[in-house]
Design a protein around this ligand. Structure first.
Ligand code: FES
Length: 321
């Protein structure tokens, strides 16, 4: 399947697991197994006109189902509420093919996994994988209290539960105070993975940087941008490789807006360069990357561009649309 295709799924069990969190099981809607996924991957879930990203829990060799953990956001834009309030077992939904912008380093000898709140979900899939491969890891989960721990029952059911260390801010054990103890000094074979709210990921990144961790060994997934995205700039031309159509992108437009206006299908969700829904192949030209999804190496390779926010360094950018 191509990255832009949607997969039909049927909702299986819906299980509450923590304050404001439900685990939603997604099963194949037809005879074919679901596309495989890697630990750390997420899907776009289409519900009630919303498109939201949810990391896949569970084992990446389980082609029979996906499981996502959905936190009802108190100040959200409606996507998580739509899942909690309207989705029921037996419903048919659509998801994207899994994408992974937060993959495991296959060479690491020991992995330090650090989660803030519901940022736990991709790290659970990583822990599952590391355990299955017999590799060393520890998983730190930071949350307000035992009552707000997401996926507590799921964690307690895992054979690797003794690798989990919970930290509760209500008991004075917050990441801000604990970072130096949780983020070790770098050494060859050590990898650090952090997923959670911006305060936690920024603090972890600053701590790793102060300890002089190599950038390639620090893997971070954000819920929010570290700085507001600037989408404007000089005008340029986008060319659709499939048709040769040339389209002018004005200084105050995004590539996605122009593509949609010309009838090209673009999947958008966050529209601020943090989810990866809009990643589009680059055939020719050099993008001006403004996303926080792709890695430094991926930006240097220029194989894909986030069309919701990025622009072009070259007068013309030819895209695989
Ligand atoms: S829509 Fe989320 S990165 Fe572009």
């Amino acid at each position: 399947m191509s990255a832009g295709e949607l997969v039909d799924v049927v909702v299986g069990r819906i299980t509450p697991d923590g304050e404001r969190v439900v685990l939603v099981e997604l099963l194949p809607a037809g005879p074919h197994p679901l596309p495989p996924f890697e630990a750390g991957a997420h899907v776009d879930l289409h519900v009630g006109g919303f498109v939201r990203q949810y990391s896949l829990l569970g084992s990446d060799d389980d082609a029979g189902r996906y499981v996502v953990g959905v936190l009802r956001e108190r100040a959200g834009r409606g996507g998580s509420a739509a899942v909690h309030d309207t989705v029921r077992s037996g419903d048919r939904l659509q998801v994207s093919v899994p994408r992974n912008t937060f993959g495991l380093d296959p060479e690491a000898e020991h992995s330090v996994l650090v989660a803030g709140g519901i940022g736990l979900t991709p790290l659970v899939a990583m822990a599952e994988r590391l355990h299955r491969e017999g590799r060393s890891f520890e998983l730190h989960v930071f949350t307000w209290s035992a009552g707000t721990l997401p996926l507590g029952a799921h964690l307690a059911s895992r054979p690797w539960r003794d690798r989990v260390v919970t930290h509760f801010s209500s008991a004075g054990d917050s990441f801000r105070g604990k970072a130096p103890a949780v983020v070790p000094r770098p050494r060859p074979g050590l990898a650090l993975y952090v997923c959670g709210p911006l305060g936690l990921t920024a603090s972890a990144t600053a701590c790793a940087s102060a300890l002089e961790w190599p950038r390639a060994d620090v893997h971070v997934e954000h819920f929010e941008r570290s700085a507001p995205v600037e989408t404007g700039g000089d005008a340029f031309t986008v060319v659709a490789a499939s048709t040769g159509t040339a389209m002018a992108v004005a200084g105050d437009e995004t590539i996605a807006e122009v593509l949609r206006r010309h009838g090209y299908d673009v999947v958008l969700s966050c529209e601020q360069g943090i989810c990866g829904s809009c990643l589009t192949g680059v055939v020719d030209g050099v993008p001006d990357h403004r996303d926080e999804v792709q890695t430094v190496d991926e930006h240097a390779a220029n194989a894909q561009v986030n069309v919701c926010c990025s622009r072009s360094q070259t007068p013309t950018l030819t895209l695989a649309v």
